[in-house]
Design a protein around this ligand. Sequence first.
Ligand code: ADP
Ligand code: MG
Ligand code: ZN
Length: 639
Amino acid sequence: MDNNRQPWMRILVMGLSLLVMMSFFFFSDREITRVPFETFISDINEGKITDIRGMPDTSYTVLKGEREGRGTVETVVYNTILTEELKKDSGLSEKIVMVPEGGGGILGGITPFLSTIATLLMFFFLINIMARNSQGGPKSAMNFGKSRARLADPEGKSRKTFSDVAGAEEEKTELMEVVDFLKNPDKYREIGAKIPKGILLVGHPGTGKTLLARAVAGEAGVPFYIISGSDFVEMFVGVGASRVRDLFETAKKNAPSIIFLDEIDAVGRQRGTGFGGGHDEREQTLNQMLVEMDGFEENDQVVVIAATNRADVLDPALLRPGRFDRQIYIDSPDVRGREDILKIHMRNKPISDDVSVNVLAKSTPGFTGAELQNLTNEAAILAARDNRKVINMSDFEEARSKVQLGPEKRSRIQTEHTRRLTAFHEAGHAIVSRVLPNIDPVTEVSIIPRGAAGGYTMHLPTEDTVYTSRSYLTDTLSVLFGGRCAEMLILNDISTGAKSDIDRASKIARSMVAEYGMSDVIGNLSFSDQDEVFLGRDMGRTKQYSNAMGDLIDAEVKKLVDEAYKRAETILRDNMDKLKVVAEALLEKETLDAYEFEGLFTEGVLPPELTDREKREANQKVFEESLERKKMMGGEIKE
Ligand code: ADP
Ligand code: MG
Ligand code: ZN
């Protein structure tokens, strides 16, 4: 169809798209100034800040008087939890006004107006594009495909270096090579060494992939182009591919340089596996990426770093030699890594003498870097909320529970019956944990609702475990059923509160039978469907075992679960008096420390109140004795 038939239309669309692009620019590229967290808090208290705007991760916008412009809190994050907290509990809400995300600064009041206009423009633009496509018009006539890659500013205030990354020594060493190559390419060329063109960082969210890539840029001091996978994936046909082209062109022009493709799984999914319309676009983008990476000359000094949360959904073509042939797996940090990360995030905060980083690191197994950062931030908020000048250990402990289990929901209204159910439920978990030898010592029991849970029983794992044994898993199953079983025994009623326990137990039992070869009947066979069905991939695959085997597996799973439940029931029946005193104490005190729980269990009464310091010592003592006792029991389950 002839486009010139509607020249006014083309001009209109051109103008609109220009406006849309300008508005993007407007919203995303304003200057960032850093404000240390203490200043932030004291500014709030002194009334200098009247207005805070939520931004996605680490920034907020401060409006008013002396401190105008957007500030990034030093290592302290502004996130939704913080928003809610500030709003609700801190009393700060009287002093400041929270404005939902949407720009700010000098734009202040006109921003909502602008964004409405932008949305409208987008809408018209979209309709127009769709109309053109359905007429078979040229697909990407607009110059909309310009890369939206941002050029990170390595000398700027938000510059990161390897010293900002803790506990990832091997990963850093490997990336150091890349930095060295970009700085002294001749050294490598002379000796005939080829540096990988593509490096893929793989790890769970929050393990520091983005941070590492930024640190590489900061160290290398070369232009660093960041684009996130989600930027590619937009409904406009053809845009993703042209963005890729543009991005690589710019990077080559400015070589040596680094291209950072963040969250590449958004675009690098296996080709031909998508549901519905979106995947054509994805395929073109991906193809373009492959073409560009193959087009690198031997001495193009462009290194592509990509990050993904999951390597399993990536197209095999991306992982071929010459493309992302080097993969760096980033694990959750171990205890030493956690200690170092905590130290990094405590650097700019006033920390009390009673804080033991080592104890905190030990008590946070499985936490990622992002969670640890969140923990230090939450602790700082707790201290600020009490108008204290230093952060002490109890702040960190409370912050740990909060990050682990969600914030306390003291205001949730509960009937007396629900409270009783919860008290017996948690007491049940705790008693079974106390008795079974393979379960980590109980550190806290509570019936204060947190997050989605009605109450919780916390254990302190003694070490980071990579492998778990069968006896640990069977004990865990019994602990999980301890809650439901106690409800049944005492109140002759059961609640939906046990749903997540039952979910977890079923998963564990099924894995034991069908993946870990822990059932004598099934033997050492794995029927795992680890390759998750992802966006249509493998949807049609049939299961890899016979119906007879399926029945056997189901029977074994049921047997494991039933046995575990019976074991929990036996333990609780034998300790009925203890179950009752613990539950009554929970109803009265809501939260029990380790030493209080231990006192109730052994003496039948609550130990005397202690000061904070004494409490910590008492808890530590109970913890060590408990370990000793469990060791003596030799990890064998007594029935
Ligand atoms: P990912 O990209 O893997 O999801 P990020 O790099 O965005 O994770 O990490 C989020 C935040 O967590 C970082 O900004 C940093 O503050 C903190 N963090 C994560 N890992 C580390 C680490 N190894 N050392 C220090 N801080 C870390
Ligand atoms: Mg990231
Ligand atoms: Zn439970």
